[in-house]
Design a protein around this ligand. Sequence first.
Ligand SMILES: Cc1ncc(COP(=O)(O)O)c(C=O)c1O
Length: 372
Amino acid sequence: LLRDNIRRTLQESIYRYAPLLPIRDSNNVVTLGEGGTPLVPMTSLGQLIGTPRLLGKDETRNPTQSFKDRPISVGISVLRELCATDVACISAGGNTASSVAAYCARAQIKAHLYLPSWTPRAKLLHALALGAEVKRIEGADNLSSFNFGMSEMRRKGFLPLMTRPKINPFPLEGCKTIAYELVEQLKGDAPDWVVIAVGTGTNLAGVWKGFKELHDCGLAEQLPRLLATQSNTCMPLVDAFERGLDAEEIVPWPDAHTIASGLNDAYPDACVTALQALKDSHGKAISVTDQGILEAVLLLARQEGLFAEPAGAASIAGLIEAIREGIIKKDDRVVCLITGSGLKQPDALTDFIKVPKPIRGASRNNSPTFHD
Ligand SMILES: Cc1ncc(COP(=O)(O)O)c(C=O)c1O
């Protein structure tokens, strides 16, 4: 029944899986055509690093260039069912913010965004161009903007639209469509490993939920193992996993400051579920350096032509480390989630890329040969 339902929904968006999503009335769906992203073979990069069967799920192709469009489309659609007029989003890395701004514009609902002052400029401009009201809050980590945003949201009666399951559980349901698509793209199979970079842990928790649901329904034969990756400058989940802690023992990460803005979350909301997902999938968690993440951005760009922001390429950095540690083997089929576009945070590469100086007087010198 489910398989037929999915087949009948011939939409090229996550609403292809409408029977499995929490929106009652399809008239309330707010979509920009999110999802349906390609699963690209990355043979050249795979051969170079030692996993020739490497695939990348290219989430940069989403309408606002990150995977966040999946959870935010689901979240805003549920809020439209509740007749929301104003929504609040406390974002840090900024991809949720630009996604919320876009879907709110689409739904003609007012978006109020609360961002720390370090949110990358491209994402800030993106959200402002989309008409969101933005408040920027000073503070090195995301706690100040979180507290400010929460108190204003409560005072003004805005409804929350963000990928923090403790505050709004619905967006996580959008993340699970990544797993549905992977199972479809691999014709019912699952890869050996799915590598996911972790901030709040919502995406990892959602992807695991998706695999489990399809498996429980008999639509996926196997389950993959999950590999979580965080920067060693903000690694509450990896730390908890390595030390064998229980979920309630996870503590905020002191002095979080990774260049991978989407992963710079010292207060990981969904890590309880994410930690459980890692255990259930017989997975692993691994930390990488910021230097390793930036090198992964360039490797991915130069071997595969795919430009990701640091958080978007952190899965590649995690994979390289996992191969080095012997966790992932040469014959494993691996999917890395490439979660966000490099155009959302190009300044991260300033120290890595030399911009050539303009050649002086070139136009004057060259003009005679041009007319020859
Ligand atoms: C590009 C990118 N990748 C990964 C993540 C981490 O996702 P999550 O917070 O669901 O763990 C984020 C979060 O903002 C992100 O923007």
